[in-house]
Design a protein. Structure first.
Length: 161
């Protein structure tokens, strides 16, 4: 019976009232977003210019005497034609709009840290204070009893008692 009482007392001494601490938790979220874009890109307007001298012959027909300047680009191809006293100027323009399609990938990495709760300390009640002091007195008495038991055991082994 005495051994059982000692085991129960040791078990009660080994228990505590402390709550476990919570470590901060972090959640990591990686979001990958793929977006496909398409659009029509228009180029700047282009132009061509021709400056020429025209003359009439004795019959009243018009002809090009001299072409003073001709400005073209790689997109505009002008052609000039004089027929039956009418001048016709044609310009061929390549396509001015381009269709473009591209893909964008956005990666966002969000780490969210959850902080542990903050505990607010309260003053101990008179009952809790009484239990703490009773536990301290019990521990002191237990230490004295153990020391006395060890001394008695040593004395019995030496044959003094």
């Amino acid at each position: 019976m005495r051994k059982l009482l000692i085991i129960v007392m040791i078990v009660f001494l080994m228990t505590g009232c402390r709550t476990p601490r919570q470590l901060p938790q972090s959640d990591r979220v990686i979001t990958i977003t793929n977006t496909i874009h398409d659009t029509v890109v228009k180029t700047k307007p282009d132009s061509a210019m021709i400056k020429a001298f025209l003359r009439c012959d004795s019959l009243g027909n018009v002809y090009v005497c001299n072409i003073e300047s001709l400005q073209t680009s790689n997109k505009v191809k002008p052609t000039i034609e004089i027929r039956d006293n009418t001048i016709t100027l044609k310009c061929k323009v390549d396509s001015q709009a381009v269709y473009i399609r591209w893909k964008e990938t956005h990666v966002s990495d969000v780490t969210q840290k959850t902080l542990p709760p903050v505990y607010i300390e309260k003053a101990l009640s008179w009952w809790q204070t009484t239990e703490i002091w009773a536990g301290r007195i019990f521990l002191i008495l237990l230490a004295i009893a153990l020391a006395a038991g060890i001394v008695i055991l040593i004395l019995k082994l030496k044959g003094i008692i």
